[in-house]
Design a protein around this ligand. Structure first.
Ligand SMILES: Cc1cc2nc3c(=O)[nH]c(=O)nc-3n(C[C@H](O)[C@H](O)[C@H](O)COP(=O)(O)O)c2cc1C
Length: 465
């Protein structure tokens, strides 16, 4: 019997697809996040998921309404995991921290506190951030460049490790009869004097039950790959295809091995956006609705400043190198794409059209007036402008995807995104999760009581490479 996959939920209460909040019954009020977060946490824990994961973004603005509405207003990740600590008992809780702006001592302290309060269920995702507006929110003139950010991130990790190691396991004596509370020899300073991070320590929180709290890293640049491969327990990747994912995982494992670390020490986690329904056809209809409701440059949207520039037929035509005088550039969004026009979109157009047949059941008609579900320019523009790791179908189709990626060496696990809440997360936990469990890809829901996140993720103890 092979080991189960690592499967966690990447929680975005407004839904992970930009038109998710517009679906019937979808959660759409971030001021009411408490109830939906509680619901998602219980649902995920009951389904046997390994962790709840919260990303972070250190700024907001009206442009996000169209690009990533879930980023507009949400609970900060450390607050979210602390809130959920009290309503869960087994599931891991991973919060994102931005190393460019966060203070390492404060981060070590709040994560150690979460670990103590949850009996060892804390994890931290370290990112260096890609949002330039974050600088203005933190008193900086500009967002630091990639090299500077990763120099700091590396020192940040070192600071966390030293601070979490402040107390020896047996330093807390609490011998009431003798009046001896601690062994002062077991309390260690951090004494890190880096170029960007300086911290003395020790940490004023008890030793975390996990000792070293699992570290996750998400990024795409070469420096990010190096940090993930040498320091992280979980590496979050964003490979769009199976072939890319296999190559990325291999690269991370190779870098780990070169650094003297076991390649198995870094678990590679791929994002997936399952759209789950009772039948493949029903699931495709949900994707069609999601695509149809993506805001495009029309009506009141077009008048908004900072509207994403790629939401027009002309922008799609540019992306696919269509001739400048081709009349398809002015096609109305709701007109079906004709076979002749599809040819003029070239190879990349053909690939997108094939993908839309698979995920949304949409097809190009010979005449341009197809019966059934015709592919329109709206669908094409939306799918091109808002790519997503869609996997669409019934429980078996979803489980087949997870199994294939595991068998092909593309991923050690998945971060499950839900297009809208709570219906699509419930569809995953109630339909797909039992099928995954039946195949041995997901742990039994009842397992894991009293286990730490480190145990759940089967992370070997931290070895300094
Ligand atoms: C799967 C995944 C999840 C990410 N989540 C976040 C996040 O929650 N917050 C954030 O600021 N950046 C996040 N990032 C962005 C990275 O921090 C990174 O800045 C971006 O991918 C650019 O890569 P680089 O930093 O290696 O140049 C994520 C990236 C990936 C691949």
């Amino acid at each position: 019997m092979t080991e189960p996959l690592i499967i966690g939920a990447m929680v975005r209460t407004l839904g992970a697809y930009p038109s998710g909040w517009r679906q019937p019954g979808a959660h759409r009020d971030p001021a009411a996040d408490a109830a939906i977060l509680r619901h998602i946490a219980r649902e995920g824990e009951d389904a046997g998921l390994d962790y709840l994961f919260f990303g972070d973004w250190l700024a907001t603005g009206p442009d996000l309404e169209f690009r990533d509405p879930y980023l507009l207003a949400r609970i900060d990740p450390v607050s979210a995991v602390l809130f959920l600590a009290g309503v869960t008992s087994r599931i891991g809780l991973i919060a994102t921290v931005n190393t460019t702006y966060a203070d390492p001592y404060t981060t070590a302290r709040s994560l150690a506190s979460l670990d103590v309060l949850t009996g060892g269920r804390a994890g931290v995702n370290l990112v260096t951030g890609a949002e330039p507006r974050a600088a203005g929110n933190h008193g900086r003139d500009a967002h630091a460049d990639n090299e500077t950010r990763y120099d700091r991130a590396e020192e940040f990790v070192e600071a966390l490790r030293r601070l979490w190691d402040s107390w020896d396991e047996d330093a807390w004596i609490a011998d009431a009869a003798r009046g001896v509370l601690i062994d002062p020899q077991g309390l260690r300073a951090a004494d890190l004097q880096g170029s960007q991070v300086r911290v003395t320590g020790p940490l004023n929180v008890a030793r975390p039950p996990q000792g070293q709290i699992p570290i996750v890293h998400a990024g795409t640049s070469p420096r990010s790959r190096a940090l993930a491969a040498t320091e992280a327990d979980l590496a979050l990747t964003a490979a769009p295809t199976l072939a890319d994912a296999i190559a990325t995982r291999r690269l991370l494992r190779d870098i780990a091995a070169e650094a003297g670390r076991s390649p198995d020490a870094v678990k590679v986690i791929a994002p997936v956006l399952p759209v789950v329904a009772d039948t493949d056809a029903d699931a495709r209809r949900i994707v069609e609705r999601l695509l149809a409701l993506v805001p495009l440059a029309e009506g009141h949207q077009a008048a908004r400043t900072a509207f994403p520039p790629n939401r027009t037929v002309a922008a799609l035509a540019d992306a696919f190198d269509v001739a400048a005088d081709d009349p398809l550039r002015t096609a109305a969004f709701d007109r079906p794409v004709t076979a002749a026009e599809a040819v003029r979109l070239g190879e990349r157009g053909a690939a997108l059209i094939e993908r839309l047949a698979g995920i949304a059941g949409l097809r190009v008609s010979e005449s341009g007036s197809a019966s059934g579900d015709p592919l329109t320019w709206r669908h094409l523009v939306a799918a091109n402008a808002v790519p997503a790791a869609f996997v669409v179908g019934d429980a078996r189709t979803i489980a087949d995807h997870f199994e294939t990626w595991r068998d092909e060496g593309a991923a050690d696990g998945f971060n499950v995104l839900s297009a809208f809440q709570p219906a699509q997360f419930e569809a995953f936990t109630r339909h797909a999760a039992p099928e995954l469990r039946r195949r041995g890809l997901l742990r039994d829901a009842a397992e894991g009581e009293g286990e730490t996140l480190r145990d759940r993720l089967r992370i070997s103890s931290y070895v300094d490479a």
